[in-house]
Write a protein that binds this ligand. Structure first.
Ligand code: HEC
Ligand code: HEC
Length: 375
């Protein structure tokens, strides 16, 4: 049916403007793969607090309270500001020299299997512990965290979820703190957008409704799926394959320091005591880091970063791991004029200059904005 209606191209309905579907049947199939949204997400088996309302409330309180930091000055929300889509609007986070990276938004994290730009963690609770322990951020020790929590108003809700504090080792308190923070962050899922209404109308064969999706967005989507080849990496409902690629950004932080990306991330992951194959996981199945323990790090991992999801991205400028691109138009221009010589990773034969006109660029940006309720 979709094919028949597509061939008609234009669909005129009584009392309505002309509704137009510009996609080919193949493009319609590809479009369907970017949904449905929101996704059905099972609880995180590695986190017994996952999905528990009391743990979510505890995690929300911990996220914004400075109680987790040694000097009582810094909260997760200091960088991941809930009023700014859980980021800070800066190119690179202030005072986080372990990273020197852009603060990512925290939406749609349950759709990932690796966390951080370089995949330092294979689960969300372990990733949530890194800023607590990092000397440049919250500078806590497990012992310090336990005694601070015991003396804080959060002790009571913490004990409701995880049992008496005085019966937990400092490390167990730390891990449970990560699990409460993760339970909260899992609930951060971006809302439905104009794109989702378009996609669902296509799936239902309701071309009149689908035709309300602006022509500029449809043209941008065609570029996204076609000439731009964006969906090779930005695939699936969250618009990411969750893996690591080289998108042609500089890996120099200063003239003498480089960000090794996944190469360093794998090393951090394999060193971490808090992986899914550790005793801290509540899931007896071994997974995550276990899958890469035997994989040798190679030169090809150098300077690759995790593909970001694109839902909500219109609200999280500036972009890329180093925050070097100020807006979505700059991102599209970067891809449009990409220098294949700059792609430093072996075998990354996906990206090439696209040759988009100014109008094509505006359309692709328009499309990206429809993934964010910015249109
Ligand atoms: C000083 C700023 C800062 C603070 C404070 C901070 N973060 Fe972050 N956060 C960052 C940066 C920068 C990254 C990127 C890290 C990387 O690439 O390894 C990040 C990454 C993350 C990620 C990975 C997101 C993804 O897309 O994989 C999670 C989860 C996270 N932070 C949660 C937290 C929690 C929970 C806290 C509080 C305990 C916190 N952060 C405190 C700056 C901060
Ligand atoms: C080879 C895989 C690949 C392809 C193809 C690709 N991207 Fe990306 N994209 C990435 C990676 C990896 C990053 C992060 C790069 C970095 O920070 O170094 C990224 C980052 C982005 C960002 C920034 C998101 C953020 O939150 O910072 C946007 C927007 C984006 N890509 C859009 C596109 C568009 C539009 C296309 C098609 C023209 C495209 N991408 C093609 C892998 C890809």
């Amino acid at each position: 049916m979709i094919r028949a209606l597509f061939l008609t191209g234009l669909l005129v309905l009584p009392g309505m403007a002309v509704a137009q579907i510009l996609l080919t049947p193949e493009e319609i199939q590809q479009t369907l793969s970017h949904g449905p949204w929101p996704p059905q997400l099972p609880p995180d088996a590695s986190n017994r607090a996952s999905g528990r309302p009391d743990a979510v409330a505890l995690g929300r309180a911990m996220f914004s309270a400075p109680v987790l930091s040694a000097n009582g000055q810094m909260a997760c929300a200091s960088c991941h500001d809930p009023g700014q889509h859980f980021t800070d609007g800066l190119p690179r986070a202030e005072g986080a020299t372990r990273l020197d990276r852009n603060t990512p938004s925290l939406f749609n994290l349950p759709l990932h299997r690796w966390f951080g730009w370089a995949g330092d963690s294979d689960n969300l609770w372990a990733q949530s512990l890194l800023p607590i322990l990092n000397a440049d951020e919250m500078a806590q020790t497990p012992e310090g965290l336990k005694s601070t929590l015991q003396a804080s108003p959060l002790a009571e809700p913490f004990e409701t979820v995880f049992g008496p504090l005085n019966r937990q080792t400092p490390t167990a308190v730390l891990v449970n703190t990560g699990k409460a923070l993760a339970a909260y962050q899992e609930t951060l899922i971006t809302g439905r957008t104009a794109f989702d209404r378009f996609r669902d109308a296509l799936q239902a064969g309701d071309l009149a409704r689908a035709g309300r999706y602006p022509a500029a967005a449809q043209r941008g989507l065609k570029t996204f799926l076609g000439r731009g080849r964006c969906n090779v990496c930005h695939s699936g409902p969250a618009f990411t394959n969750g893996e690591f690629h080289d998108a042609g950004l500089s890996y120099f932080i200063t003239e003498t320091r480089v960000d090794s990306g996944r190469h360093g991330g794998l090393a951090a992951l394999l060193r971490s005591p808090f992986t899914l194959d550790s005793a801290h996981s509540d899931d007896p199945r071994r997974s995550g880091a276990w899958a890469v323990r035997r994989v040798r790090r190679t030169h090809a991992d150098f300077g690759t970063f995790r593909v970001p999801g694109l839902r909500g991205a219109a609200h999280t400028a500036p972009y890329m791991h180093n925050g070097s691109l100020p807006d979505l138009a700059a991102v599209v221009r970067h891809y449009n004029g990409i220098d294949p010589e700059r792609l430093h990773t072996d075998g990354e034969a996906i990206l090439a200059p696209i040759g988009l006109s100014e109008e094509d660029i505006a359309d692709l940006v328009f499309f990206l904005e429809t993934l964010s309720n910015a249109r």
